[in-house]
Design a protein around this ligand. Structure first.
Ligand code: SF4
Length: 273
């Protein structure tokens, strides 16, 4: 067992459900989806966000991704060799009544796959949470692990694939298998959401597939761009943002000021003062 850097508690790596990992939504008896049909069934039956988070966090439906996330959790990166890795699917993080819903891509192998929280523990997350803090949407500028006290009342962050994929590239079949989790999350939070922020073109395409948004298929689809805004049939606004990847930030394609502009606009579109 290894010691969690913030709590001092010891965990296996990957973390077993119900062993006290901060924010672990699952218990030892939480049902585990073993294939795509079971993902669909459990996602469709989830009656609340915490219930959904629990079943997402123990899913084992994609054999390649299960093997990869757990292998990474055991091998680790040298800088984190003394830490336990979450090594499980990463549920959405944030408010259960969000006004802003942020859609990313998939967890990073040594980021969210290590910390168990969306966008936490990697450079992309450093940029994203710092910008959310500058916009007044989270209570602290850093997100380092699941016990660091980060909190938000307005935002939820999720992704269409919940396990870290090799080379950051899930297969189309893996994306399809994972899709019902995001669909169910959207079903459970949509009534509160006024703005969706799509991180990157793929996040934009994903947002256009969400239930209640699919009427967009009948018309020319709005095109992704940084700062692009699409009014969806439900009245929700979809706002495009370049993904805060290390490459985009390093090359200057996306800057902290550009991220700030996005979240100022997201707040305005969501009616947040
Ligand atoms: S990618 Fe999604 S569906 Fe596949 S194992 Fe992970 S959580 Fe389950």
């Amino acid at each position: 067992m290894l010691v969690h850097p913030n709590t001092g508690l010891a965990f296996d790596s990957p973390v077993l459900p119900g062993t006290g990992w901060p924010g672990d939504p699952a218990e030892p008896g939480t049902p585990k989806a073993a294939d795509a049909a079971q993902v669909r069934a459990l996602a469709g039956a989830a009656g609340s966000v915490p219930e959904l988070d629990a079943v997402v966090s123990v899913c084992r439906a994609c054999p390649r991704l299960v093997a990869w996330r757990e292998e990474v959790a055991v091998a680790k990166r040298r800088a984190f060799a003394d830490q336990p890795y979450w090594g499980r699917p990463v549920p959405g993080w944030g408010s259960i009544r969000p006004r802003i819903f942020i859609v990313g891509l998939a967890p990073a192998a040594h980021g969210a796959n290590r910390t168990g929280r969306m966008f936490t523990g990697d450079r992309s997350g450093d940029q994203l949470y710092a910008a959310l803090y500058r916009a007044g949407l989270v209570n602290q500028p850093t997100s380092v692990d699941a016990a660091d006290g980060l909190h938000t009342k307005q935002v939820r962050i999720s992704a269409p694939v919940r396990c870290a994929p090799p080379a950051n590239a899930p297969t189309p079949a893996e994306r399809d298998t994972c899709w019902p989790w995001l669909e169910a999350e959207w079903r459970l939070v949509a009534e509160h959401v006024r703005t969706i922020v799509a991180l990157g073109g793929f996040g934009w395409q994903i947002a256009l597939r969400l239930p209640g948004v699919t009427a967009m298929r009948a018309t020319p689809k709005p095109r992704f761009g940084h700062g692009a805004v699409a009014e969806l049939p439900s009245g929700v606004r979809l706002l495009g943002c370049y993904h805060p990847s290390q490459q985009n930030m390093f090359t200057g394609r996306l800057t902290p000021a550009m991220l700030d502009d996005i979240f100022i606009e997201a707040k305005k579109l969501a009616g947040i003062k």
